[in-house]
Write a protein that binds this ligand. Structure first.
Ligand code: TMP
Ligand code: ASP
Length: 239
């Protein structure tokens, strides 16, 4: 597989074309950003950690019947992925209230939600990824049909059940996470982007210690150690 020109550079990844128009190469960067890139940082080795963590989770989800964009892990920080048309909606699923939910609605930080909350955010950096509802998504034509919104919610909930259980066995509370999806030329929906401590919140089951990008957002330090801990826990063979 030949890597060709840079197609797109995001905050945490670069996407390259390949000699196959159906495939792209995603390269995980060491950059860290928060608050719509108002806060910027760099953590040597973070990209490689996220590439490993995300690959493990995507493979686990595939084993559980979720279609993902991952085709092959190429090396330490590069994945070969399907070339999809990304749906410009960030699907956030929450099990415990924290972050923007507590600020927006005044729910006490750490409250276990009575059901898993699925939210849509419009993926637009200039607008700061605003929270939207189904009608906004239709108005902006972010999807072709209402059914696709239902499908995104269904996938968000299904992935949440699988991941919550997977991480609980590894001593981690899955607090919340963000998913992105893309469509192939036939309109089939695949899970895309990444699932890592950049895009999820993990709290230690016993101590509630934060093992995710909140360490960077809140300036707590120990970012890399936390990501390494997540990789360690998911690398253990647990039935
Ligand atoms: P929030 O509480 O800031 O809305 O974040 C909810 C979850 O979504 C959290 O796990 C972090 C993740 N997330 C991203 O991956 N990218 C983003 O741009 C935002 C705002 C959140
Ligand atoms: N807002 C994202 C986050 O805090 C990162 C960013 O947009 O720079 O996860």
């Amino acid at each position: 597989m030949q890597q060709k020109e840079l197609l797109y550079e995001g905050k945490a990844k670069k996407l390259y074309k390949t000699d196959d128009e159906n495939l792209l190469i995603a390269e995980f960067k060491d950059d860290l950003t928060a608050f719509n890139a108002l806060k910027k940082g760099f953590e040597e080795g973070k990209g490689a950690l996220n590439a490993k963590i995300s690959a493990k989770i995507f493979k686990m989800l595939e084993e559980n019947g979720i279609k993902t964009h991952l085709v092959e892990v190429l090396d330490d920080r590069r994945h070969l992925v399907r070339n999809l048309k990304i749906i410009p909606i960030e699907v956030v699923v929450r099990n415990i209230a924290t972050g923007s939910l507590t600020k927006r609605l005044g729910i006490k930080d750490g409250t276990v939600l009575p059901f898993s909350l699925v939210e849509f955010y419009y993926k637009d950096d200039d607008l700061g990824d605003p929270l939207i509802n189904d009608e906004h998504a239709l108005l902006l034509e972010l999807v072709e049909h209402e059914n696709e919104l239902e499908e995104l919610k269904r996938l968000g909930r299904e992935i949440n059940v699988i991941m919550k259980n997977y991480f609980a066995k590894r001593g981690l509370k899955l607090v919340d996470f963000k998913l992105e999806f893309g469509k192939d030329s036939e309109g089939k929906i695949y899970l895309a982007d990444e699932i890592s401590p950049d895009s999820c919140r993990f709290w230690d089951m016993e101590t509630n210690e934060k093992l995710d990008k909140d360490r960077f957002r809140e300036g707590l330090g120990g970012v890399k150690v936390a990501y390494e801990e997540v990789l360690k826990r998911i690398s253990e063979d647990i039935k």
